[in-house]
Design a protein around this ligand. Structure first.
Ligand SMILES: [Zn+2]
Length: 194
């Protein structure tokens, strides 16, 4: 399959997320990264190298370039947060990924989990036919699922979105509260322009 490009709708939604600061710059200094991080990207080979370099940069700034990196198609956002919206096969993948995360937190003594979504993602575009707002919703649902599972440890879970804008790419920290408060407005605005 050829490399994907952002849909017009997703581009508009994401531009508004950047404008309203739902998509923020990742500040490594705010993350507890001294033991490294469990990172949950989509396996997408068109994005992997650029994403890896961005994650490596963040972890290096955090003092310990130790990425623990279980990668499946769809990544942490879709597989961990998709729940009943996913076909049974992908729910099973989500359970496998979830068990990997829980075991890794315990066994590797890594207390920080970076849950990841991305756009354009072939799982969202070609298999599930989801717009980006559904991926972002799942990103936060997956984040909550992990947080509950490592409750009692020093676990720290954050949600991130990698965007291939075409000419360049960015990795963002995603602000859950702002997304929840502005979601409807942003989608309405994006649809007006489409
Ligand atoms: Zn993907």
């Amino acid at each position: 399959m050829a490399k994907l490009f952002l849909s017009q709708h997703d581009r508009r939604v994401l531009e508004l997320c950047v404008k309203y600061k739902i998509c923020k710059e990742v500040d490594a200094a705010k993350l507890p990264l001294h033991h490294g991080a469990i990172v949950l990207p989509c396996a997408d080979g068109d994005q992997m190298i650029r994403l890896f370099m961005r994650i490596l940069d963040i972890l290096t700034k955090g003092g310990n370039p130790r990425p623990h990196w279980p990668a499946l198609n769809g990544g942490g956002a879709i597989l961990l947060g998709g729940g009943q919206d996913l076909p049974k096969k992908y729910r099973r993948w989500g359970d496998v990924l979830f068990e990997n995360v829980v075991d890794s937190v315990r066994a590797k003594d890594i207390e920080t989990v970076l849950n990841l979504g991305h756009a354009p993602c072939f799982m969202a575009y070609k298999i599930l036919n989801w717009p980006i707002e559904r991926v972002i919703d799942c990103l936060f649902r997956g984040k909550t699922r992990i947080r509950k599972s490592i409750h009692g440890s020093n676990g720290h879970v954050t949600g991130h979105l990698h965007v291939d804008w075409g000419q360049h790419d960015e990795l963002y920290y995603m602000d859950r509260n702002l997304w929840i408060s502005m979601r409807s407005q942003i989608i309405a605005q994006a649809q007006q322009k489409n």
